[in-house]
Design a protein around this ligand. Structure first.
Ligand SMILES: [Zn+2]
Length: 88
């Protein structure tokens, strides 16, 4: 388990099935109290992929929304942001 953790990935058992998921997803899932859908993308605000502090994370609604925040955060549309670590 520790080895997976160090790689930024953990092994999680959900409904009897094991799955690998990036630590960032687990951090947000714990906070939201639910499992993220595959099309909910976790974004690292400071772009450091190993900085999985909740306040550094955002959840975006789909790949297009994720692309928008990287290209130009001003271009985000209503509904793009599912979770924003800045609003804790
Ligand atoms: Zn991103």
């Amino acid at each position: 388990m520790l080895a997976f953790w160090l790689l930024g990935v953990i092994l999680k058992k959900t409904k009897g099935n094991y799955r690998y998921l990036p630590k960032a997803r687990l951090v947000v899932e714990k906070h939201l109290g639910r499992t993220l859908n595959p099309d909910e993308i976790v974004h690292h605000r400071n772009e450091k992929k190993n900085d999985d502090r909740l306040e550094n994370l955002m959840v975006l609604n789909g790949k297009a929304a994720h692309r928008r925040i990287h290209n130009n955060p001003e271009s985000l549309k209503p509904g793009d942001v599912i979770f924003d670590g800045r609003n804790l």
